[in-house]
Design a protein around this ligand. Structure first.
Ligand code: ADP
Ligand code: ZN
Ligand code: MG
Length: 496
């Protein structure tokens, strides 16, 4: 459609993603080099003849990478191919020592999957056309500026050969918000599968394709005709590495394309670079086409057959299913269920606690108290996973009425996290054991004897007087009495 024709119509946004996910294996995809990268690691130390592309070195496929790929395929409800193969994608770039990337082309390991996201209460199914295995290139470090202004660039091959899964969606997104929701969902699923580490720098990298089509070409179900899609001029935005970055880059690109159309200009079909620091996309080059890459079969790797093996690879209960089950099994509301399934480790931790006590207590303590305190300290459930017994003991102390909830929350839990003490040790050290009945009764007597004015005010019907007396008793017992009990005892004594 010409720019002039588009100018006259209402426009809809079409977005499709290519998401590169680093798989959390021990070693690289075609060699035995470790992929565990430390931030202060020496460049070019995790390399060998294979991942440096030295002459004569031969790749050997990493079984764990294939297993991760099959798990992802199952999780996105894709067809996992019985037999699959690898291709060489040829191009020259300094981060690619072989001058080709081993990837999959006509026979990806997974095809025809989908992932459901919900955006503002509306459920949307995003098609995933294919997901294939490939190797990550190395990384470049631009010295004294960015890619365009640097004096020189350094290359580090530590990352070269890290297993990647490239997940290619259908152009099913109708806006940047849906993209953000999808990425969050995808990350959640990958984390549940245990194939991905979101905390690793650059573990999720996104190329986003975006175009504008006439709004009336979008059907009831959100689908757009293939001819219309093929006809639309689109840009591909590279260098996006976060959910927020994706939303911002796409929002920028929507505005930029709409402005072009408004002025009667054609949207150039090109590759653009997301400049996060400036918050804009900049033109890199005209879009390369498939034929530019001269794909051909990787003859150094035999075809990969996963036919019987794939049946033996199982995946855990996924987040949506687990949320549903938590709501039913533990009678949780939607908010609690979603907090408690935010990661697999949180969900596992909660279920372990719930197994020992009633689910209500476990839910309150894990969802509200523990997660809140962890979050405040920039800690995660991983930091307390091996302290499940101590945490259970804390709840037990509250349930058995041995300490007040207030002390449990504000003193014991916080000290447990700050100082690594176990709950009994905190209770001892801070003398938090609930005051025995006798001590409380004695404190009540004392408070009444010492404060005749307050007693008089109470009988005169002054509401504040009782609270004052409760406060006196609480301070006499060092806060270890239960305020409700004190309240009752005081009334009883005053009315006698
Ligand atoms: P190419 O062969 O140019 O790489 P593909 O069909 O492989 O194109 O699609 C690449 C990505 O572009 C996919 O994520 C797809 O969803 C997306 N895409 C396809 N058509 C459009 C469009 N009209 N607007 C935005 N994204 C699109
Ligand atoms: Zn290597
Ligand atoms: Mg493509």
């Amino acid at each position: 459609m010409t720019a002039q024709a588009l100018q006259q119509r209402d426009l809809a946004v079409v977005i499709g993603l290519e998401v590169h996910v680093q798989l959390e294996t021990d070693t690289k995809i075609f060699c035995g080099c470790s992929i565990e990268a430390a931030d202060d690691e020496e460049p070019n130390t995790r390399t060998c003849p294979v991942c440096l592309g030295l002459p004569g070195a031969l790749p050997v496929l990493n079984e764990a990478a294939v297993e991760s790929a099959v798990k992802i395929g199952k999780a996105i409800d894709a067809d996992v191919a019985e037999e699959t193969r690898f291709h060489r994608k040829n191009y020259y770039y300094p981060d690619l020592p072989k001058n080709f990337q081993i990837t999959q082309y006509d026979a990806p390991i997974c095809s025809d999957g989908s992932l459901e996201v919900s955006v503002e209460g509306e459920r949307r199914e995003i098609g995933i056309g294919r997901a294939h295995l490939e190797e990550d290139p190395g990384s470049l470090q631009h010295e004294g500026g960015n890619i365009e202004t640097a004096d020189y660039s350094l290359v580090n091959y530590n990352r070269a050969g890290t297993p990647l899964m490239e997940i290619v969606t259908e152009p099913d997104f109708r806006g940047p918000g849906e993209v953000r929701a999808f990425l969050a969902k995808l990350e959640e699923v990958l984390e549940y599968l245990g194939v991905f580490d979101a905390s690793r720098d650059g573990s999720l990298r996104i190329d986003a394709n975006i175009s504008l089509v006439p709004a009336d070409e979008v059907g009831e179900d959100g689908d757009v005709d293939e001819d219309v899609l093929a006809d639309a001029n689109r840009t591909e935005v590279k260098n996006i590495s976060s959910h927020k970055g994706a939303e911002q880059a796409l929002a920028y690109e929507v505005t930029r394309q709409k402005n072009a159309v408004k002025r009667g200009r054609e949207v150039e079909q090109e590759t653009r670079h997301w400049d996060e620091s400036r918050g804009i996309t900049v033109s890199m080059r005209s879009k390369e086409e498939e034929k530019d890459y001269r794909y051909f079969r990787e003859a150094d790797l035999p075809p990969l057959r996963v036919s019987d093996w794939k049946e033996q690879i199982s995946i855990p209960e996924l987040p949506d299913a687990r949320r549903e089950r938590f709501r039913e099994e533990y009678a949780l509301d939607a908010e609690a269920a979603s907090k408690l399934t935010s990661t697999k480790s949180v969900a596992d931790f909660f279920e372990d606690v719930a197994d020992r006590f009633d689910a209500d207590l476990a839910a309150t303590w894990v969802a509200d108290d523990l997660l809140g305190e962890l979050n405040y300290r920039d800690m995660g459930i991983a930091d307390v996973e091996d302290r499940l017994d101590e945490f259970a003991r804390l709840i037990e102390l509250v349930a058995a009425d041995e300490i007040t909830e207030k002390n449990a929350r504000e003193v014991v839990l916080r000290t447990m996290l700050d100082e690594g003490l176990d709950p009994d040790a905190v209770v001892d050290r801070e003398d938090l054991g609930k005051a025995g009945d006798e001590a409380v009764v004695a404190a009540v007597e004392e408070a009444i004897d010492e404060n005749p004015d307050a007693v008089e005010d109470y009988h005169a019907g002054e509401g504040g007087a009782l609270n004052f007396l409760v406060g006196q008793v609480m301070s006499k017992t060092g806060g270890s009495a239960d305020p409700g009990t004190v309240n009752g005892l005081l009334r009883e004594r005053l009315e006698a």
